[in-house]
Design a protein around this ligand. Structure first.
Ligand code: PEP
Length: 268
């Protein structure tokens, strides 16, 4: 089974519509379509519609950064996954900025994951511990609790189709983090798969895509993408610069070529 490497750019609450349009035009010039790489852009909600009309959908897909878990109704100020489902393929759920700044708890995140799936949007579920939890050696317990809760309404088949990102708070630029080391990413990625395998089955664990996010840039992306079992990266600040983001996509391209070459040599 060939899985496409997933490179997600989370623009957060940045860029006016005009700036977003400028960035998209630069990305079009800089990033070619690759069959084995999926490039996903996550503009803020206001920019999703204009960006969706501008992008070449063969090369780029869109993700929502957030939505409300109810499908419709009297929820002033909110946008639902139902309203977004003809615009986006993906939605980022459980990002630590939402957990910390907007008090999104485990139940809210579970309901948003379910709402995504119900509306044929693939959840990109972010999980990860705080720096305090990391120092206390509680990382695995936190990951376990976040995963068990977020997936609790889903079937094995639904879990197999989703994306989980290991994005500990201590690595995110917003929280003045330091990037994780590749061996730290490896141990978290393995742990996430093991959890899914125990909760569901090996097939779900194998099909699910697991990513790393946290201060990824054009220099570090290659080292994360070479971690066995890490199938992409979630990029925040570096995704706002087209040269840096294109260089990250290029790292994925080079890593995939290396892998294809070594597979071909093994078969000779
Ligand atoms: C993010 O918050 O999704 C993220 C990965 O941010 P940064 O790359 O800026 O640390």
């Amino acid at each position: 089974m060939i899985k496409r490497t997933l490179i997600v750019g989370n623009w957060k609450m940045n860029l006016s519509i005009a700036q977003a349009s400028f960035l998209v035009s630069k990305l079009h010039k800089k990033i070619a379509g690759h069959r084995d790489i999926e490039v996903v852009l996550a503009p803020h909600t206001l920019a999703l519609q204009p960006v969706s009309l501008q992008i070449d959908r063969r090369r780029f897909r869109l993700a929502a950064q957030n939505a409300y878990y109810k499908d419709e109704g009297a929820y002033t100020g909110e946008v639902s996954f139902t309203l977004l489902n003809d615009i986006v393929h993906y939605a980022i759920i459980g990002h630590s900025e939402r957990r910390v700044y907007f008090n999104e708890d485990l139940d809210m995140i579970r309901d948003k994951v379910s709402a995504c799936v119900r509306n044929q949007i693939t959840p990109i579920l972010c999980v990860g511990e705080t720096s305090q939890e990391w120092s206390n050696g509680e990382s695995k317990q936190v990951l376990h609790d976040q995963i068990v809760s977020a997936l609790s309404d889903l079937t094995a088949n639904e879990v197999a189709g989703m994306v989980i990102v290991y994005e500990p708070q201590w690595t995110i630029t917003t929280f003045h983090g330091r990037p994780a080391k590749p061996d730290e990413v490896k141990s978290a990625v393995d742990f996430i798969r093991k959890q899914v395998s125990e909760l569901y089955d090996d097939t779900a664990a194998k099909h699910l895509r697991v990513l790393y996010g946290g201060s990824v840039d054009e220099h570090s992306a290659g080292s994360y993408l070479r971690v066995e079992g890490c199938e992409g990266v979630l990029v925040g600040s570096a995704s706002l610069n087209y040269q840096r983001f294109a260089a990250i996509v290029d790292s994925a391209y080079r890593k995939n070529r290396e892998r294809a070459d070594s597979d071909a040599k093994r078969q000779d």
